[in-house]
Design a protein around this ligand. Structure first.
Ligand code: DAH
Length: 347
């Protein structure tokens, strides 16, 4: 009996590692340990074993059974691993270059924004960002835009319901409402409250207005804001900076002109027009590109800067306008439709 058991285990140990497929494995398993298998047949002979030898024999049978089971488990694991490998196919090398010939392109607004920031960094400006959800204080009050100013009208500005809470946007007073910023000028206030002059920042970002969408209007669009605060800053510095950035972006023959205007946060204030060789693309000689001026003393007082000591200029402009001019795009809606035929035209 002992010899028979040893022979059975030896046979299994030789055969099971050579099995190549699941059906062969199932057949072998039945042959060794199934109800009509060889081990079962040997166990049936236990009845003929003398009583005093039975415990020792039982132990031998159990050992043989355990070794057979270990062989079966190993064989099954090996077959399953082979099956999985077959399903996965040949190994791939993720470090090889992609066969996809279209790596994607930058969005035209991203390209213009990055180029403007690059141009401004060259002359010492730092890029900062502000929240799109704002409060009335940062968007209007601190910018000397009083409560009865038309820009604050619910027809022009998206206000949040009274119950809305934005834990990360601190209110100046409990009574003020949250809103979607109507311009990036709010970042001027946040920057000045946080730091000390001299200040030289550029802040690009998304802004929101209650406008009906058409070829030149969108309820959300993008602006680029600049603020410079130092001693003895003049309108000449402002004009020189605008000339520099537009010549850098659009070419040396680009001209800028100021038209007197009113903004609560600058005095004097101007609207800025551009004339560039790109203009025939949009069929105009001059186009308005933004607003600017010398920071109003009331704004300095609001942020705790002494207006007798500090002076500065600020300007804000529309990024869509710039991109439309630069690339000859005639409808603002193209920017937001994600049509790849449009997007692929920009490197
Ligand atoms: N905030 C103005 C707008 O959205 C643009 C602007 C005008 C920004 C004058 C300024 C400025 O910084 O000084 O139309």
């Amino acid at each position: 009996m002992q010899d028979l058991l040893s022979a059975l285990v030896a046979k299994a140990e030789a055969e099971l590692p050579t099995l190549a497929a699941r059906p062969e494995f199932e057949a072998a398993k039945a042959r060794y340990v199934g109800p009509n298998g060889e081990l079962t047949a040997l166990m049936k002979q236990m009845g003929a074993v003398p009583k005093d030898q039975r415990p020792a024999m039982g132990k031998l049978i159990n050992e043989a059974k355990a070794r057979l089971q270990a062989q079966l488990d190993a064989a099954l694991a090996r077959l399953e691993a082979a099956e999985l490998a077959a399903q996965l196919g040949p190994a791939i090398d993720p470090s090889l270059p992609s066969p996809d010939p279209l790596p994607g392109t930058g969005h035209p607004l991203t390209l213009v924004r990055e180029e403007m920031c690059r141009i401004l960094r060259k002359v010492g400006f730092t890029v900062v960002e502000g929240p799109e959800v704002e409060t009335e204080y940062y968007c209007f009050d601190a910018l000397n835009t009083p409560a009865d100013h038309p820009a604050r009208d619910a027809q022009d500005t998206f206000y949040f319901p009274e119950a809305a809470r934005f834990g990360n946007v601190a209110k100046k007073s409990a009574a003020e409402k949250y809103l979607l910023r109507t311009h990036t000028s709010s970042v001027q206030i946040r920057t000045m409250l946080k730091g000390e002059p001299p200040i030289r920042i550029v802040s690009p970002g998304r802004v929101y207005r209650r406008d009906t969408t058409d070829a030149t209007h969108s309820a959300n669009f993008h602006q680029l804001e600049c603020l410079y605060v130092d001693k003895n800053v003049t309108v000449r510095d402002l004009k020189a900076l605008l000339d520099y950035i537009f010549a850098s972006l659009l070419g040396k023959d680009t001209k800028t002109r100021f038209r007197p205007h009113y903004f609560g946060y600058t005095e004097p204030s101007f609207e800025v027009d551009l004339s560039a060789r790109h203009l025939p693309k949009v069929n105009k000689e001059w186009i308005e590109i933004g607003g600017c001026g010398m920071v109003d003393p009331t704004v300095f007082s609001a942020v705790g800067y002494d207006p007798e000591v500090w002076s500065g200029y600020a300007f804000g402009m529309g990024l869509e306008r710039l991109a439309m001019l630069l690339y000859g795009i005639d409808d603002i809606r193209y920017f937001y439709q994600n049509d790849v035929r449009f997007l692929r035209q920009f490197a």
